[in-house]
Design a protein around this ligand. Structure first.
Ligand SMILES: Nc1ncnc2c1ncn2[C@@H]1O[C@H](COP(=O)(O)OP(=O)(O)OP(=O)(O)O)[C@@H](O)[C@H]1O
Length: 309
């Protein structure tokens, strides 16, 4: 479990992490999201003691990272700027790490296989592709069989097979009871992997919620109903707290009643429905809405760029 309490980091007069409290629980994948410069990497660095908080604290399995005698067994990490000696092979890199914790060679072989690196284990790390480097980073994170796994942008540079591998791996790590935290810019990917979301903007907590609740609440999207009897269904559903709009002859967008309620009314009155779809917004749309005001590096709208060109 990772517990951050009032975690704050200032660089000069700039507060990059601001009074941040959140918990990463065992058995769950927690997605850590925020626009560029929001403070995600700084927070992750503080979790593993690479940066010291200006105020507040963060613990890893109950104590600060530095107080663990064998931290690789507590938390395995993949952080963006990871230093791997380019002249070393993947095997030798992992063996060197294993030596620091008395981890046997058997475990090194295990994580090499788990990460799909068997055929390149003897190759110089300097010659690795971005994706292979990511796999090696994940293998290193898992070496100590840690209770917590924290990965900064783990699917960065991976091909679709690699992305699916990370997704399945993180799911199974959480299902084994580990606490998994990942940061990502890929909202749709995070929606597939994460159970829980911690979203920050300009260093502050914007949302601490589940993926389902987040998209549902941000959505308020209503329910799309397709039927040949729109007029009849409209009158059956009419109520002061119900809003119904229509974009075509057979399509209604109903807000104020969920799909189950609409379906029940339709069946009770013999109105055939061809479609009944809750309009949940995508995580990406919900994220953009939430973080719109706190984006540090705002791009110009595409049409402005075109005009300027
Ligand atoms: N050592 C440092 N000195 C001064 N400012 C820093 C330092 N490290 C980070 N910052 C600033 O802190 C802010 C947060 O940076 P951080 O890298 O934590 O954000 P992030 O959410 O990980 O961003 P990204 O998604 O782009 O990786 C940025 O404005 C960055 O410029």
């Amino acid at each position: 479990m990772i517990e951050a309490r009032e975690l704050t980091k200032r660089y000069g007069d700039k507060t990059v992490v601001d009074n941040l409290s959140f918990t990463v629980r065992p058995g769950e994948v927690t997605g850590f999201l925020g626009p560029n410069g929001a403070g995600k990497s700084t927070t992750m660095r503080m979790i593993v003691g690479l940066d010291a908080p200006t105020r507040g604290a963060v613990t890893v399995n109950g104590r600060s990272y530095a107080r663990h005698a064998a931290p690789l067994h507590e938390i395995g990490t993949l952080l963006e700027a990871r230093s791997v000696h380019p002249g070393r092979s993947a095997f030798r890199h992992l063996m060197a790490l294993a030596h620091t914790h008395g981890i046997p060679r058997r475990r090194v072989d295990e994580v090499i296989e788990l990460a799909g690196l068997t055929s390149v284990a003897g190759k110089r790390v300097g010659a690795f592709s971005l994706g292979m480097g990511q796999r090696l980073g994940i293998a290193s994170a898992l070496l100590g069989d840690p209770a917590i796994v924290m990965l900064d942008e783990p699917v960065n540079g991976l091909d679709p097979e690699g992305v699916r591998w990370v997704r399945n791996l993180l799911r199974s790590l959480a299902d084994e009871g580990r606490a998994v935290m990942l940061s990502s810019h890929l909202m749709s990917e995070t929606a597939l992997i994460a159970d829980h979301l911690v979203i920050i903007g300009r260093g502050r907590l914007l949302a601490d919620t589940t993926v389902d609740d987040f998209t549902r609440e941000a959505g308020g999207g209503g329910v799309k109903v397709v039927t040949a009897e729109t007029a009849r269904l409209r009158s059956l559903l009419a109520a002061p707290d119900v809003t119904i709009s229509s974009s075509s002859a057979e399509e209604l967008l109903v807000t104020g009643r969920d799909a189950r309620e609409i379906g029940t009314v339709a069946v009770q009155h013999g109105v055939p429905l061809y479609e009944l779809t809750p309009q949940a917004v995508s995580l990406e749309t919900a994220f953009m809405e939430l973080t719109h005001d706190v984006v540090e590096y705002q791009s110009a709208p595409a049409d402005t760029e075109r005009k300027a060109a």
